[in-house]
Design a protein around this ligand. Structure first.
Ligand code: ACO
Length: 374
């Protein structure tokens, strides 16, 4: 049995899926047959929602219909708001989001209906509620008033508006939408695996997503985007960044936003797209030094460790320039990923096999209990 042991399940095929696949050789992120990067340049986040949930890109009228169904599902009940408000000021927004999604389950009329149709309806409701909970949790923590959704705005523009209170420009909306697309789905990261493991017991979508939030919070996964921004701000300037990184590396610290279990020593195609977005945004926002600083960090890390940036490295400064508070970077990542994880839970429910692996036992054997005096 022990020769089957792969620490961290590295390179282990855990599932069959028709949703997505990282073709590292061809540097392509395959999403239901399409290349994620091409999708991000040609369609909107809501098209990706349709593609992930229904298996095909929606027509314009199907997309409008889906948008209407999401809009109908907006709204947080007093109870959900009160639960979030009860959390202390120091609560991490990912923890509030986890609590909020968990609480929502108790109000879900189709909670235990695991049919494809019911799961699709729940996923649409979650696509409305998750961004609202994230925005609400942050604003409640900061004692800022809640911003009701603006139904005249697109899904992405409204999400940004509920966070910042400002109606985004077309460029800001496009870049944010693109970031949601590149965050929407990525094969079998820890959070998706966690959700599939939970779903495999015939547990519900909300429970699977609640577990996935906890997984995605960690800095080796989604939490890295917040850690990247904190590191860039700590470094302070392009001049100081190199020494900042070198001193961390001397202490054998991990540099957030670099490396990836699957890409290993290859570039993350999503990071390249967000790098382009940052270049554009940095000019418009008159913050070219932030872009230059990030590029320098990339060069230092390649020279010192042969490591490439992952998506979080460039998404972080993009979100910063879009005016998103750092505490919301990882919740936004989760909100974008809600659809991908939901698609995986639905697939797991449709073709289920309980996850129940074995262990390579390294503890003692043949002990016998004896009662001692003291
Ligand atoms: N900084 C410094 N060294 C690193 C980093 C890093 N970010 N990533 C990997 N390494 C080094 C390791 O120290 C190790 O070196 P060694 O062999 O000399 O000890 C070598 O590269 C291999 O690292 P592993 O830990 O085996 O790689 P693993 O596949 O487990 O790690 C991970 C992948 C967790 C993403 C890692 O690269 C990391 O910690 N990165 C920083 C956190 C991060 O950015 N996470 C976001 C992931 S992407 C996402 O969620 C969108």
């Amino acid at each position: 049995m022990s020769d089957l042991h792969r620490p961290g399940l590295e390179n282990v095929i855990a599932s069959e899926t028709a949703i997505s696949y990282l073709d590292v050789e061809k540097e392509e992120i395959v999403i239901r047959g399409y290349d994620l990067i091409e999708l991000a340049q040609k369609v909107t986040y809501l098209d990706i929602v349709g593609l992930l949930l229904d298996g095909v890109l929606p027509t314009l009228s199907e997309r409008r219909d889906m948008e209407m169904r999401i809009q109908e599902a907006y709204g947080l009940t007093e109870n959900i708001r009160s639960i979030i408000e009860l959390l202390p000021e120091q609560a991490n927004v990912m923890d509030s989001l986890r609590t909020g999604i968990s609480a929502l389950a108790s109000y879900e009329p189709e909670l235990d209906d695991r049919s494809q149709e019911a799961n699709d309806r729940k996923a649409i409701r979650l696509l409305a509620k998750v961004p609202q909970i994230a925005a609400y949790a942050y604003r409640s923590k900061m004692k800022q008033p809640f911003i009701e959704p603006d139904l005249d705005l697109s899904y992405s523009a409204n999400f940004l508006y509920m966070i910042t209170g400002q109606i985004p420009t077309q460029l800001e909306e496009d870049i944010f939408d693109q970031s949601l697309i590149v965050y929407s789905e990525h094969e079998m990261p820890n959070s998706t695996f966690a959700a599939r493991v939970i779903a495999s017991t015939q547990s519900d979508l909300y429970g699977a997503l609640t577990g996935a939030v906890a997984s995605l919070k960690g800095t080796l996964h989604g939490g890295a985007n917040e850690a990247v921004m904190i590191m860039l701000l700590e470094a302070g300037s392009e001049e100081k960044l190199e020494e900042h990184l070198l001193s961390k590396l001397r202490k054998r610290e991990r540099i957030m936003g670099f490396g990836h279990r699957v890409y290993m020593n290859k570039a993350d195609p999503r990071a390249l797209l967000m790098k382009k977005a940052l270049a554009e945004l940095a000019i418009i926002k008159k913050r070219p030094e932030l872009y230059n600083m990030c590029v320098l960090g990339e060069e230092v890390m390649f020279r010192e460790k042969n490591l490439h940036p992952n998506l979080d490295y460039y998404a972080a400064p993009v979100y910063y320039l879009l005016g998103i508070p750092i505490d919301l970077f990882t919740p936004v990542f989760f909100a974008a990923r809600t659809v991908g994880i939901s698609a995986h839970v639905i697939e797991q429910h449709n073709h289920n096999r309980l996850f129940r692996p074995r262990v390579h036992y390294t503890g003692p054997r043949d002990l016998h209990p004896t009662v001692t005096e003291s």
